[in-house]
Ligand binder design. Structure first.
Ligand SMILES: [Zn+2]
Length: 327
């Protein structure tokens, strides 16, 4: 198709607010179409005898700049309405399965880990540009009596005023970013973009369910953390070999060392205390720290049960991962 780049020559317009193709309308001014962007009347050039490709032109011959952006916006609404479904980002929050994921500051910041996967929503009903509590989203999709506002951003993203309303009303709102879409794209191609779940283009501006899941996940993390702090025991680390005695999980013919403990899934932390005298400090003597570990091995099965209860997947052979084998 040759003429896509010329803004005064185009093949799609609006009739009674609905996108129509040049070949669906009457010839000339009788087409009763307006430009989606400037809303000015159009003339349809679609006489079958015409050698030139069928197209619309502004009656005023004005050079209309936002034609494609506006058309893409109309099409996107129409396409979603026709499809009746949308593949959107699903957010899940995962907690770790090791005490270190809950206690060490540096490590536990990563948790709950947010994962985003695609999920298809089939709408029970879709409303186009319906006012709702002072917000007029591009679409409102209804699923199980829950409303999802859908905003299509081609040139305009959700502004501050709308953002404040969305947040204060706690409306679930999805923004689809089509700002980088090729301006010569045709409806069928846009349909492909929207149908096959381009979740990288989508962002939940606000989502009640996700907010709730995130809060719950944070609460679960606190519960597990409290368990660890309430139950962990301290064991001294002895000598140069850094032996740890009385492991509650393994009785081995070898000594268990700090090295082994650090590889166990019930290990909490290594603690160092420096107990030098003033004289030693003054003489710049090297003072070796006294070492101990914190461990929840004696409540291992309780800990695993707590994790499972809180939706955490736990692996097998959690004690001495990669370390000693039991005798
Ligand atoms: Zn126009």
């Amino acid at each position: 198709m040759e003429n896509h780049h010329k803004t005064t020559d185009f093949t799609d317009a609006l009739r009674d607010g609905i996108p129509v193709h040049i070949d669906e309308v009457e010839n000339g001014i009788k087409c009763n179409c307006i430009c989606p962007s400037c809303k000015q009347p159009l003339i349809a050039y679609n006489n079958p005898k015409n050698k030139k490709a069928h197209h619309f032109q502004h009656q005023s011959l004005s050079d209309c700049r936002n034609y494609y952006e506006t058309m893409i916006h109309y099409w996107a609404k129409e396409i979603i309405n026709e499809l009746g479904e949308l593949t959107v980002p699903k957010h899940t929050f995962e907690l770790g399965n090791s005490p270190r994921d809950y206690t060490y500051h540096k490590w536990n910041e990563d948790y709950p880990k947010e994962k985003i996967t695609p999920v298809k929503i089939v709408f029970d009903k879709i409303f186009i540009e319906k006012h709702q509590n002072g917000i007029k989203p591009d679409l409102i999709g209804v699923v199980n009596n829950r409303q999802i506002h859908v905003e299509i951003a081609v040139t305009h993203f959700i502004d501050d005023i709308k953002a404040n309303k969305i947040k204060s009303l706690n409306v679930t709102s999805l923004e689809i970013d089509l700002s980088d879409i090729d301006r010569t794209l045709q409806k069928e191609e846009l349909k492909r973009v929207l149908r096959y779940g381009n979740i990288s283009r989508m962002k939940w501006f606000n989502n009640k369910a996700i907010n709730q899941k995130k809060t719950e996940s944070g609460q679960r993390k606190s519960t597990v953390r409290e368990f660890i702090f309430a139950n962990m025991t301290e064991k001294k680390v002895y000598g140069k070999a850094q032996d740890v005695y009385k492991c509650p999980l393994f009785k081995t013919e070898y000594d268990i060392t700090l090295h082994n403990c650090e590889r166990c899934q019930y290990f909490v932390s290594t603690n160092e205390t420096y107990e030098g005298t003033q004289e030693q400090y003054d003489n710049r003597e090297t003072i070796y720290p006294k070492l101990s570990i914190h461990c929840i091995g004696h409540v291992a099965s309780k800990f695993d049960a707590l994790l499972t209860e809180n939706g955490v997947t736990i692996g097998e052979n959690r004690a001495f991962k990669g370390g000693l084998s039991p005798r």
